[in-house]
Design a protein around this ligand. Structure first.
Ligand code: NAD
Length: 481
């Protein structure tokens, strides 16, 4: 059994005296590895090592362009290991291989994007008065903590770690207990890289133990977290005690709004992909369909036909859709489907399935539910499975009202041929990202990503994310002769 150690202060940590936790392959339920459940002492050591590394002369001497070079090298490593990394991600998360391959490409792109930014992030000079030169300098936050979820581990580690290293921080990654494999592969590379020891560290373990200990540690200067609202809220409370900024990306209940004049073929494909990607276990999943009343039956039929032809199977077999992450998530989704059967009508799907040869895996049919009350918990709460709820509207105002009536506001898809309607709707929806006639266009490394309302605080991706990891120092210089 593969034993995955942690990286603390440049050394592998994990031995007989540690508690080891199992990691399973969601496609067949088999154990594939073990991780260390970090102790309080190990967390203390990691935070202390990060502080020493951050303050070291060696790290101060590391020039911004050298940080950039190192991140470019990481991107090259990711590309050169595309096959191995995608297989690891598929084995660990369950997603189809083609989706893992696109995650690997996105990870490489994050490192390249922020590599380029490493020596191009700078302050301003501010005109105040004669004899006074006022400048702002951007400085790293210090020790940044990256708490990563299980649904896109490779991408989510890459997007925040690349930005934090580009701007000169010492980073600690806490990977999700279910999916440590690609985090470990990146860690192996960092260990052998030119980075001073302690600048990149990887901690594993139970979220409510090691994760909570890290999040509340006074030695942490900034926290980036992706995951549930509940955990996000507790991390924010921990950060509040230390007056530490947080970047939170907390999921959504994102709508696709389909107007009657839309290209329905393209809209149906977009809606389908937005909910089956990673079996619906995606923060930006398009889990609500808001469709204009006069095309509802036709459009739902188009979707139903597409849902029925989807191939579901083990990630490694490259199906259209893979399994659910683990038994806990699987049972939660099935429970919600039972509730949906009572409160609405199942158009297609609605059940667990068994995949021949992979009987231990956690498979659920892609599902469309109609007839729910929009106030119901199923319509309002993140299901984190391949479950789409359908609602109708009669005019743009009603579409906008429905789109905005959840606690979330991460992504909105708008499908229409009418440019006025498209812009009007985009201007009124409470959503951090809006896609018109697409959903998740072009991957979006350069596009700011984050949520309105309970979908989170702050933005990741894009050059704006660099400010998550920097603080502004104003220096005023008085001169006279
Ligand atoms: P979670 O939010 O509890 O866990 C995410 C990460 O936070 C993991 O690394 C975990 O180890 C860590 N963590 C957990 N408790 C912590 C704590 N108290 N302090 C610090 N770190 C902690 O998510 P989950 O339990 O794995 O999944 C539950 C639900 O969360 C899912 O059903 C889904 O709705 C949502 N979720 C959303 C996303 C997203 O991309 N927005 C990702 C994963 C899960």
């Amino acid at each position: 059994m593969k034993k995955i150690p942690m990286l603390i202060d440049g050394e592998w940590v994990g031995g007989d005296s540690d508690e080891w936790l199992p990691v399973y392959n969601p496609s067949n339920g088999e154990m594939i590895a073990e991780i260390v459940n970090a102790t309080d002492n190990q967390v203390e050591e990691a935070v202390a090592a990060a502080r020493r590394a951050f303050e070291s002369a060696e790290w101060r001497a590391f020039k911004p362009y050298e940080r950039g070079q190192l991140l470019y090298e990481m991107a090259a490593f990711i590309r050169a290991n595309k096959e191995r990394l995608s297989r690891l991600e598929t084995e660990d998360v369950g997603k189809p291989l083609f989706q893992a391959e696109s995650d690997v490409e996105a990870a490489a792109r994050y490192f390249e994007f922020y590599a380029g930014a490493a020596d191009k992030s700078f302050g301003d000079s501010i005109p105040i008065e004669d004899g006074l030169l006022d400048v702002t300098v951007l400085e790293p936050m210090g020790v940044t903590l990256h708490i990563v979820p299980w649904n896109y581990p490779l991408q989510i580690i890459s997007r925040s770690v690349a930005a934090a290293l580009a701007t000169g921080n010492a980073v600690i990654v806490k990977s999700a207990e279910d999916t440590p494999m690609t985090a470990h592969a990146l860690t192996e590379w960092f260990k052998e890289s030119k980075l001073p020891k302690g600048i990149f560290q990887h901690i594993t373990g139970v979220g409510s133990e090691a994760g909570a200990k890290l999040a509340s540690h006074p030695g942490i200067n900034q926290i980036t977290f992706t995951g549930s609202v509940k955990t996000g809220s507790s991390i924010m409370q921990a950060a509040a005690k230390n007056i530490v900024p947080v970047t939170l990306e907390l999921g959504g209940k994102s709508p696709n709004i389909v107007y009657a004049d839309a290209n329905l073929e393209k809209a149906a494909n977009g809606v389908l992909n937005s909910i089956i990607q990673n079996a619906g276990q995606t923060c930006s999943a398009g889990s609500r369909l808001l469709v204009e009343a006069q095309i509802k039956d036709k459009f739902v039929t188009m979707l139903k036909e597409r849902f029925q032809t989807l191939k579901i199977g083990a990630g490694i077999e490259n199906p259209d859709m893979g399994p659910i992450l683990n038994k806990r998530q699987y049972e939660q989704i099935l429970k919600k489907l039972e509730q949906a059967k009572k409160e609405g009508q199942i158009v297609v799907g609605g059940n667990a399935i068994t995949v021949a040869g992979y009987e231990g895996g956690f498979y659920i049919e892609p599902t469309i539910i109609d007839g729910l009350n929009h106030e119901s918990t199923i319509a309002q709460e993140e299901i984190f499975g391949p479950v789409l709820s359908v609602f109708t509207f009669h005019n743009p105002e009603e579409a906008i009202r429905l789109a905005n009536s959840t606690n979330y506001g991460l992504v909105t898809g708008i499908w229409t041929a009418n440019i006025d309607v498209a812009h009007y709707t985009a201007s009124r929806v409470e959503s951090g990202q809006v896609f018109i006639n697409s959903y998740g266009a072009a991957g979006g490394i350069q596009m700011p990503f984050g949520g309105y309302k309970k979908s989170g605080i702050g933005r990741e991706k894009s050059h704006l994310a660099l400010m998550n990891y920097q603080q502004i120092k104003n220096i005023a210089i008085k001169y006279e002769i």
